[in-house]
Design a protein around this ligand. Structure first.
Ligand code: MN
Length: 196
């Protein structure tokens, strides 16, 4: 069974960048729906196996990965945001070195990551992950939770660019939401995700 991770701050903590109403609906309705959906598919699989019923594996697994992916990505997202005044600004610690080494500067990284998030087709995410073979951080687009993903590369930072993440606050202006996101980045949490 999957369960909701507790939010590490209250629903007002991300204002004015993400409103109380937007965060409440996003967390309580949208994220919860992925958790419920994932658990429902697991129950369906358990039942089918017990009773010897055949399932449409393609459809079932697509639905499972959609929901598990949604749950995991939202869990990453909440934890890589920091309450107002505690997030944003230039990166510090290990992630600062990784960004400087790969992108040359924080400004260049911010530009590439912003362009990545802005150009996700339809619903999806922009994510920064780390290749453990080369030690190089890579940016990826995660469309609908489950494509264009580098398998087993640990995710360091994500931003949700599904419309449900920003519509109440920014209407259809995704670019404005991404700009606001930079004020909330929790570099400390991101540093803690870098494998030793
Ligand atoms: Mn979302």
């Amino acid at each position: 069974m999957y369960t909701m991770p507790p939010l590490p701050y209250d629903f007002k903590a991300l204002e004015p960048f993400i409103s109380e109403q937007q965060l409440t609906i996003h967390y309580q309705k949208h994220h919860q729906a992925y958790v419920n959906g994932a658990n429902a598919i697991l129950e369906k699989l358990d039942k089918a196996r017990k009773e010897g019923i055949d399932l449409d594996m393609k459809a079932t697994l697509k639905e499972l990965s959609w929901n598990v992916g949604g749950h995991m990505m939202h869990s990453f997202f909440w934890a890589n945001l920091a309450p107002k005044g505690k997030g944003g600004g230039a990166p510090t610690g290990k992630i600062a070195d990784l960004i400087k080494g790969e992108f040359g500067s924080y400004e260049r990284f911010k530009k590439e990551f912003t362009q990545t998030a802005a150009s996700v087709e339809g619903s999806g995410w922009a994510a920064l992950c780390l290749c453990l073979k080369t030690g190089r951080p890579l940016i990826m687009q995660v469309e609908k939770h489950n494509v264009n993903v580098y398998p087993s590369f640990p995710i360091l930072m994500v931003v949700d660019v599904f419309e449900h993440a920003y519509y109440l606050d920014y209407k259809n202006d995704r670019a404005k939401f991404i700009e606001a996101f930079w004020n909330l980045v929790n570099w400390e949490a991101i540093n803690a995700r870098i494998p030793r």
